[in-house]
Design a protein around this ligand. Structure first.
Ligand SMILES: [Zn+2]
Ligand SMILES: [Zn+2]
Ligand SMILES: [Zn+2]
Length: 231
Protein backbone atom coordinates (compact mmCIF):
# COMPACT_ATOMS: atom_id res chain seq x y z
CA UNK A 1 0.00 0.00 0.00
CA UNK A 2 2.70 2.45 1.07
CA UNK A 3 4.57 1.51 -1.98
CA UNK A 4 1.58 2.34 -4.09
CA UNK A 5 1.17 5.84 -2.53
CA UNK A 6 4.84 6.46 -3.05
CA UNK A 7 4.56 5.65 -6.73
CA UNK A 8 1.50 7.85 -7.13
CA UNK A 9 3.14 10.86 -5.50
CA UNK A 10 6.27 10.38 -7.53
CA UNK A 11 4.13 10.28 -10.62
CA UNK A 12 2.42 13.54 -9.57
CA UNK A 13 5.76 15.24 -9.03
CA UNK A 14 6.90 14.22 -12.47
CA UNK A 15 3.69 15.54 -14.06
CA UNK A 16 3.99 18.85 -12.18
CA UNK A 17 7.57 19.23 -13.25
CA UNK A 18 6.52 18.57 -16.74
CA UNK A 19 3.83 21.28 -16.60
CA UNK A 20 6.33 23.73 -15.10
CA UNK A 21 8.79 22.88 -17.76
CA UNK A 22 6.21 23.40 -20.46
CA UNK A 23 5.27 26.75 -18.93
CA UNK A 24 8.88 27.78 -18.69
CA UNK A 25 9.58 26.69 -22.21
CA UNK A 26 6.61 28.62 -23.46
CA UNK A 27 7.71 31.74 -21.56
CA UNK A 28 11.24 31.43 -22.88
CA UNK A 29 9.96 30.85 -26.36
CA UNK A 30 7.70 33.91 -26.12
CA UNK A 31 10.56 36.00 -24.77
CA UNK A 32 12.82 35.00 -27.64
CA UNK A 33 9.97 35.35 -30.10
CA UNK A 34 9.12 38.91 -29.07
CA UNK A 35 12.79 39.91 -28.98
CA UNK A 36 12.87 39.41 -32.70
CA UNK A 37 12.67 42.86 -34.24
CA UNK A 38 10.38 41.97 -37.13
CA UNK A 39 7.97 40.20 -34.74
CA UNK A 40 7.99 43.19 -32.41
CA UNK A 41 7.20 45.45 -35.29
CA UNK A 42 4.32 43.24 -36.38
CA UNK A 43 2.89 43.09 -32.85
CA UNK A 44 3.21 46.86 -32.43
CA UNK A 45 1.50 47.40 -35.74
CA UNK A 46 -1.33 45.12 -34.68
CA UNK A 47 -1.68 47.08 -31.44
CA UNK A 48 -1.65 50.39 -33.30
CA UNK A 49 -4.26 49.11 -35.75
CA UNK A 50 -6.49 48.01 -32.89
CA UNK A 51 -6.18 51.37 -31.12
CA UNK A 52 -6.88 53.26 -34.35
CA UNK A 53 -10.02 51.16 -34.89
CA UNK A 54 -11.23 51.89 -31.33
CA UNK A 55 -10.53 55.61 -31.79
CA UNK A 56 -12.47 55.71 -35.05
CA UNK A 57 -15.41 53.90 -33.47
CA UNK A 58 -15.35 56.29 -30.50
CA UNK A 59 -15.25 59.33 -32.76
CA UNK A 60 -18.33 58.10 -34.61
CA UNK A 61 -20.06 57.43 -31.32
CA UNK A 62 -19.30 60.86 -29.88
CA UNK A 63 -20.56 62.48 -33.10
CA UNK A 64 -24.05 61.23 -32.26
CA UNK A 65 -24.04 62.75 -28.74
CA UNK A 66 -24.84 66.19 -27.40
CA UNK A 67 -24.68 68.06 -24.09
CA UNK A 68 -27.43 66.87 -21.77
CA UNK A 69 -27.82 70.40 -20.45
CA UNK A 70 -27.57 72.81 -23.41
CA UNK A 71 -27.57 70.55 -26.50
CA UNK A 72 -24.15 71.63 -27.81
CA UNK A 73 -23.18 68.84 -30.20
CA UNK A 74 -19.72 69.74 -31.50
CA UNK A 75 -17.75 66.62 -30.55
CA UNK A 76 -14.60 68.47 -29.42
CA UNK A 77 -16.72 70.28 -26.83
CA UNK A 78 -18.17 67.16 -25.24
CA UNK A 79 -17.00 65.60 -21.97
CA UNK A 80 -18.14 62.63 -19.94
CA UNK A 81 -18.97 63.65 -16.40
CA UNK A 82 -19.07 60.74 -13.96
CA UNK A 83 -22.15 60.40 -11.79
CA UNK A 84 -21.12 56.93 -10.58
CA UNK A 85 -17.66 55.95 -9.23
CA UNK A 86 -15.15 56.09 -12.03
CA UNK A 87 -12.55 53.55 -13.08
CA UNK A 88 -10.78 55.90 -15.49
CA UNK A 89 -11.64 58.87 -17.68
CA UNK A 90 -13.43 57.66 -20.81
CA UNK A 91 -10.89 59.38 -23.09
CA UNK A 92 -8.08 57.66 -21.21
CA UNK A 93 -9.70 54.26 -21.84
CA UNK A 94 -9.90 55.09 -25.54
CA UNK A 95 -6.27 56.22 -25.63
CA UNK A 96 -5.15 53.08 -23.82
CA UNK A 97 -7.05 50.93 -26.33
CA UNK A 98 -9.52 49.26 -23.95
CA UNK A 99 -12.26 47.13 -25.49
CA UNK A 100 -15.54 48.64 -26.69
CA UNK A 101 -17.39 46.84 -23.89
CA UNK A 102 -15.16 48.36 -21.21
CA UNK A 103 -15.56 51.81 -22.76
CA UNK A 104 -19.34 51.53 -23.00
CA UNK A 105 -19.46 50.30 -19.39
CA UNK A 106 -17.61 53.44 -18.33
CA UNK A 107 -19.82 55.70 -20.47
CA UNK A 108 -22.85 54.23 -18.71
CA UNK A 109 -21.58 55.76 -15.47
CA UNK A 110 -21.51 59.24 -16.99
CA UNK A 111 -23.66 62.05 -18.30
CA UNK A 112 -22.56 63.95 -21.41
CA UNK A 113 -21.79 67.63 -20.82
CA UNK A 114 -20.17 70.27 -23.00
CA UNK A 115 -17.06 72.03 -21.69
CA UNK A 116 -19.06 75.03 -20.49
CA UNK A 117 -21.69 73.05 -18.59
CA UNK A 118 -19.01 70.71 -17.23
CA UNK A 119 -17.13 73.65 -15.75
CA UNK A 120 -20.25 74.87 -14.01
CA UNK A 121 -20.95 71.39 -12.66
CA UNK A 122 -17.46 71.07 -11.17
CA UNK A 123 -17.53 74.59 -9.87
CA UNK A 124 -20.62 73.72 -7.86
CA UNK A 125 -18.65 70.87 -6.34
CA UNK A 126 -15.31 72.58 -5.70
CA UNK A 127 -16.09 76.24 -5.01
CA UNK A 128 -16.51 75.67 -1.30
CA UNK A 129 -13.09 74.24 -0.65
CA UNK A 130 -10.58 76.63 -2.12
CA UNK A 131 -7.72 77.00 0.35
CA UNK A 132 -5.08 79.54 -0.59
CA UNK A 133 -3.28 82.61 0.75
CA UNK A 134 -5.06 85.95 1.16
CA UNK A 135 -3.08 87.53 -1.70
CA UNK A 136 -3.93 84.70 -4.05
CA UNK A 137 -7.54 84.84 -2.96
CA UNK A 138 -7.72 88.55 -3.68
CA UNK A 139 -6.12 88.06 -7.12
CA UNK A 140 -8.41 85.13 -7.84
CA UNK A 141 -11.41 87.27 -6.93
CA UNK A 142 -10.11 90.03 -9.18
CA UNK A 143 -9.68 87.65 -12.16
CA UNK A 144 -13.13 86.18 -11.49
CA UNK A 145 -14.66 89.67 -11.52
CA UNK A 146 -12.95 90.38 -14.81
CA UNK A 147 -14.12 87.08 -16.34
CA UNK A 148 -17.62 87.81 -15.10
CA UNK A 149 -17.50 91.21 -16.78
CA UNK A 150 -16.13 90.28 -20.21
CA UNK A 151 -17.94 87.19 -21.46
CA UNK A 152 -16.82 85.14 -24.47
CA UNK A 153 -15.23 87.18 -27.27
CA UNK A 154 -16.75 84.88 -29.88
CA UNK A 155 -20.25 83.90 -28.70
CA UNK A 156 -20.73 86.44 -25.93
CA UNK A 157 -21.85 83.87 -23.37
CA UNK A 158 -21.38 85.17 -19.82
CA UNK A 159 -20.43 83.59 -16.51
CA UNK A 160 -16.90 83.50 -15.13
CA UNK A 161 -16.66 79.70 -14.77
CA UNK A 162 -16.95 79.28 -18.52
CA UNK A 163 -14.27 81.83 -19.42
CA UNK A 164 -10.65 81.04 -20.34
CA UNK A 165 -7.98 83.40 -21.65
CA UNK A 166 -6.81 82.43 -25.11
CA UNK A 167 -3.46 83.86 -26.20
CA UNK A 168 -3.39 85.85 -29.44
CA UNK A 169 0.16 87.07 -28.90
CA UNK A 170 3.12 84.99 -27.74
CA UNK A 171 2.29 83.27 -24.46
CA UNK A 172 4.55 83.37 -21.46
CA UNK A 173 2.23 81.84 -18.87
CA UNK A 174 -1.40 80.80 -18.63
CA UNK A 175 -3.46 83.33 -16.66
CA UNK A 176 -4.82 80.73 -14.22
CA UNK A 177 -1.26 79.61 -13.52
CA UNK A 178 -0.23 83.18 -12.81
CA UNK A 179 -2.98 83.91 -10.29
CA UNK A 180 -1.28 82.07 -7.43
CA UNK A 181 2.26 83.17 -8.37
CA UNK A 182 2.51 86.65 -9.87
CA UNK A 183 1.49 90.24 -9.15
CA UNK A 184 -1.60 91.87 -10.65
CA UNK A 185 0.64 94.04 -12.87
CA UNK A 186 2.28 91.02 -14.44
CA UNK A 187 -1.06 89.30 -14.86
CA UNK A 188 -2.43 92.43 -16.54
CA UNK A 189 0.48 92.51 -19.00
CA UNK A 190 -0.07 88.87 -19.89
CA UNK A 191 -3.83 89.31 -20.06
CA UNK A 192 -3.46 92.01 -22.71
CA UNK A 193 -2.06 89.35 -25.06
CA UNK A 194 -5.27 87.30 -24.73
CA UNK A 195 -8.93 87.32 -25.55
CA UNK A 196 -11.56 85.79 -23.26
CA UNK A 197 -13.26 82.70 -24.71
CA UNK A 198 -15.76 80.26 -23.26
CA UNK A 199 -14.56 76.65 -22.93
CA UNK A 200 -16.50 75.53 -26.02
CA UNK A 201 -15.27 78.32 -28.32
CA UNK A 202 -11.76 77.83 -26.94
CA UNK A 203 -11.82 74.17 -27.94
CA UNK A 204 -13.33 74.99 -31.33
CA UNK A 205 -10.50 77.42 -32.03
CA UNK A 206 -7.81 74.96 -31.00
CA UNK A 207 -9.42 72.32 -33.23
CA UNK A 208 -9.71 74.73 -36.19
CA UNK A 209 -13.51 74.46 -36.19
CA UNK A 210 -13.82 78.22 -35.95
CA UNK A 211 -11.14 80.69 -36.96
CA UNK A 212 -10.71 84.41 -36.64
CA UNK A 213 -7.86 86.85 -36.91
CA UNK A 214 -7.36 89.72 -34.50
CA UNK A 215 -4.79 92.39 -35.21
CA UNK A 216 -2.66 93.90 -32.43
CA UNK A 217 -4.62 97.14 -32.70
CA UNK A 218 -7.95 95.34 -32.43
CA UNK A 219 -6.68 93.53 -29.37
CA UNK A 220 -5.47 96.74 -27.73
CA UNK A 221 -8.78 98.46 -28.55
CA UNK A 222 -10.69 95.59 -27.04
CA UNK A 223 -8.90 95.82 -23.70
CA UNK A 224 -8.99 99.61 -23.64
CA UNK A 225 -12.73 99.51 -23.89
CA UNK A 226 -12.89 96.88 -21.11
CA UNK A 227 -10.50 98.75 -18.83
CA UNK A 228 -12.74 101.78 -18.95
CA UNK A 229 -15.55 99.90 -17.31
CA UNK A 230 -13.37 97.93 -14.88
CA UNK A 231 -10.98 100.42 -13.26
ZN1 LIG B 1 -23.68 72.31 -22.38
ZN1 LIG C 1 -16.81 65.86 -14.41
ZN1 LIG D 1 -17.98 81.16 -26.67
Amino acid sequence: MLHFIYIISLYKIIINCNIDLKKRNRREYWKKYTKDKSVRKRLNQKEIQRKTKIKKWFKELINTLSCSNCNENQSVCLDFHHVKPKFKQVNQLVRDGYSKTRIINEIDKCIVLCGNCHRIKHNEISEKNINSTRKTQSRRKWVIELKELVGCYNCNIKGYTRIDFHHIQKKKYGINYMVSRFSKTRILTERKKCIPLCVNCHRKIHNQIIEFKISDTQLADYWNQINESLD
